[in-house]
Design a binder for this molecule. Structure first.
Ligand SMILES: *Cc1c(COP(=O)(O)O)cnc(C)c1O
Length: 353
């Protein structure tokens, strides 16, 4: 099905004010956004319009009861200037999985994809050409009923805006594993890309930052022993010649970069295992010298090498000169995104209105 979008353009683009060589992550917005309203059981008012504040009633349910979900994707470009999307259909599916868990309406996959394609094509001048930079795409949905009283909202907004971004991390990442706070438990909402998971992570993250760490490495909520993930990334370890990552247990976010890297590693002939991993075994491997690399995977951070991991009184420091697998991973996934590496699985699609 093809949807009709009502398009209102900006009078003048703000692109000339942007320094594409110096892009802090998440601060620069493009000119236009996609907006749709869910009313009476259907998505209506489909429009693309200038990015601007949206007035909101104080009784807006999302503020009070937290029905808010999002996605994070990136558009890149190839040498000929085509705007490229990476596995967009998986983001459509995941948004709807988050929607189901949060008792929110689904967005038809074809509507999601048409909105992404149309908006990215319209904003393709905003895609930074530098490797490691990209146009970050943020689709999100929130409740809009003006009602106090706990129930699922009847109305919602679905919005997509895009932002040119540079690298998320410019240095290797320092992680702190702690057992006081947890991010998610099985049966909770850890699998959903919902705003509240991030709200719950802010206090422990701030505390970790005060101690000189970039992020918390989350342990499971029951035993405080099994490694889950890191802030905005899934986590991988290289122990001797094996790549290991926690299996999806129902509390871990099912990352599309994680999934793609697992497929690429296997295809390349690496030994890869998804299984429960305890913090103790990683600390021991760090002390014995068997732990070669740690890295995070996520759309925003791409592949982020880890230089330090602290747990209780032990800090493991990794030798950045020894990292090979995370380097290969970074070059491969960025290469596929810029079409300098063959896209043999057909993950890249050109953005076409
Ligand atoms: C989005 C996200 C990730 C990474 O998922 P990608 O699909 O690879 O971007 C990992 N963990 C959390 C908590 C996330 O929200």
């Amino acid at each position: 099905m093809s949807y009709k979008f009502n398009v209102t353009r900006v009078q003048e683009s703000s692109i000339s004010k942007v320094d594409f060589n110096n892009l802090p992550f998440g601060k620069t917005f493009s000119d236009h956004m996609f907006v749709a309203d869910y009313i009476n059981g259907a998505w209506t008012n489909l429009e693309i319009r200038p990015v601007a504040p949206i007035p909101t009633h104080p009784g807006n349910m999302a503020w009070h009861y937290g029905q808010a979900i999002f996605e994070g994707m990136k558009a890149t470009r190839d040498a000929e200037g085509h705007a490229l999307l990476f596995r967009p259909e998986l983001h459509a599916v995941r948004l709807n999985n988050s929607a189901k868990r949060m008792s929110m309406p689904e967005v038809p996959e074809d509507l999601f994809l048409q909105a992404i394609h149309t908006l990215v094509d319209m904003e393709k001048a905003w895609i930074p050409p530098q490797t490691g930079s990209a146009l970050y795409i943020r689709p999100f949905m929130y409740a809009t009923d003006e009602t106090i009283g706990v129930k699922a909202s009847d109305t919602y907004k679905f919005i997509i805006f895009v932002m040119p971004v540079g690298p998320y991390y410019t240095n290797p990442v320092k992680l702190l594993a702690q057992d006081k706070y947890v991010r998610a438990v099985v049966g909770g909402v850890g699998e959903a890309k919902t705003a509240g998971n991030y709200a719950a992570s802010l206090l422990p993250s701030t505390m970790a930052r005060k101690e000189g760490f970039d992020q918390v490495m989350w342990l499971d909520g029951v035993h405080k022993k099994y490694i889950q993930e890191v802030g905005t990334m899934n986590i991988f370890f290289v122990v001797k010649d094996e790549i290991i990552t926690p299996n999806l247990d129902g509390a871990i976010l099912d990352g599309i970069t994680r999934k793609s890297m697992l497929e690429l590693f296997k295809d390349q002939g690496y030994k890869v295992t998804e299984r429960p991993i305890t913090i103790d075994e990683i600390i021991e491997a760090g002390q014995s010298g068997d732990l070669v690399e740690i890295f995070g995977t996520g759309t925003a951070a791409v592949i982020a090498p880890v230089s330090h991991l602290k747990y209780k009184d032990t800090t493991i420091e990794l030798d950045m000169a020894k990292r090979q697998i995370s380097k290969w991973a970074y070059d491969t996934i960025n290469g596929i995104r810029n079409r300098t590496v063959t896209d043999k699985f057909g993950w890249i699609v050109e953005a076409k209105p």
